[in-house]
Design a protein around this ligand. Structure first.
Ligand SMILES: CC/C=C\C=C\CC(=O)SCCNC(=O)CCNC(=O)[C@H](O)C(C)(C)COP(=O)(O)OP(=O)(O)OC[C@H]1O[C@@H](n2cnc3c(N)ncnc32)[C@H](O)[C@@H]1OP(=O)(O)O
Length: 310
């Protein structure tokens, strides 16, 4: 395991026997970020589950320079961690996130360096691409990412959650594509991913062009989230259960499913089928298929099967 643990390592051992509700209480960490991060707390609430908690509550999880860098480091680490099969993202404090740290914007974004327009533009482009990577790493992560939102999810928060695979929220959640209010077109994923998440282009356009707040019930009815819970505690308990369901299944099957769902979202049915056939010509040779099929024949749960690490 590559993370340096503080409270998390104790937690992770205990989680194997802890009842779900105790694990959830422990997940709502009041402890600070986990080394080497200053804006993220990492823990392992149950076997094969990594919990990434946005953890800058005093600034209501505004995304500062460290955050943009740490998310990339964190998800790169998770991507190659064979002990992680599913990721749960949530936030500490009173809301999910206030979006980009507006104090930080005054630096490299508002005063980009360069000797002339071409060079300034080139530098700015590279900065934007780097910002985009902060959420693209979530989508590129081979393990499914479940996100649990409470309170406000503003600006960069919407960019973040649209890169996740499953979105849950509590009844007090609200979502705001806030960028037009601060004088910019959203540039780190919302305009590209939100239309693929929500069926109605008209609704996407309305949200992005007016920055109006969307509350939990509308978020559920339009498909931005799949479930709404009465409060954060209930949401985290359900999120952990959901993550455990995914973690119990063959990592070959789960990761193949994520990769092909994302590929097919961006390609024609024919291209998707072609990619799938090429994917499964190797993946069907896994032992996981034999073990899982045998368990199914014996009417056993996939949870009864032990899968090798991936
Ligand atoms: C290349 C660009 C990449 C990405 C771009 C993304 C675009 C965006 O994210 S646009 C969205 C920007 N965010 C906002 O406009 C939200 C601003 N904040 C608020 O409107 C409010 O804080 C609130 C979220 C409605 C919550 O209000 P309240 O509960 O009253 O808390 P506050 O007292 O206002 O905040 C507590 C504390 O946090 C600081 N803070 C809040 N938001 C930000 C922020 N976005 N950036 C930096 N700091 C923020 C606030 O100043 C307070 O700090 P104190 O030190 O306690 O005063």
């Amino acid at each position: 395991m590559l993370f340096v643990f503080t409270h998390a390592s104790v937690f992770s051992d205990r989680a194997l026997w802890m009842p779900a509700h105790s694990a959830v209480r422990a997940m709502s960490s009041s402890a600070g970020p986990t080394s080497p991060y200053t804006t993220l707390a990492i823990s392992h609430p149950a076997e094969n589950i990594t919990h990434v908690e946005l953890h800058r509550p005093e600034k209501i999880n505004a995304m500062n320079k460290a955050f943009w860098r740490e998310m990339v480091e964190c998800f790169n680490e998770i991507s190659s961690d064979p002990d992680c099969r599913v990721v749960l993202v949530s936030a500490a404090g009173k809301i999910f996130t206030a979006g980009v740290d507006l104090m930080d914007l005054s630096g490299e974004i508002l005063q980009p360096k360069g000797d002339d327009v071409a060079r300034i533009s080139w530098n700015l482009r590279q900065i934007i691409v780097k910002f985009q990577e902060t959420f693209s790493v979530i989508e590129k992560c081979p393990k499914p990412v479940v996100v649990a939102v409470h309170g406000a999810c503003i600006g960069g928060g919407v960019d973040l959650i649209t890169a996740c695979d499953i979105r849950l929220c509590s009844q007090d959640a609200w979502f705001q594509v806030k960028e037009v209010d601060i004088g910019l077109a959203a540039d780190v994923g919302t305009l590209q991913r939100l239309p693929k998440v929500i069926g109605s282009r008209s609704l996407v356009n309305e949200l992005a062009l007016t920055a109006r707040k969307m509350f939990a019930d509308e978020a559920k009815s339009c498909g931005l989230v799949s479930r709404v819970f009465p409060d954060k505690e209930a949401m985290m308990a359900a999120a952990l259960e959901l993550a455990a369901e995914i973690a119990a299944r063959s990592p070959v099957a789960v990761q193949g499913t994520k990769a092909n769902l994302i590929y097919s979202r961006d390609h024609s049915v024919d291209e998707g089928l072609n990619y799938m056939a090429t994917w499964n010509m190797s993946m069907l040779q896994t032992q996981d298929l034999i073990k899982s099929a045998q368990a199914a024949m014996e009417k056993k749960s996939p949870k009864a099967v032990t899968f090798s690490k991936l």
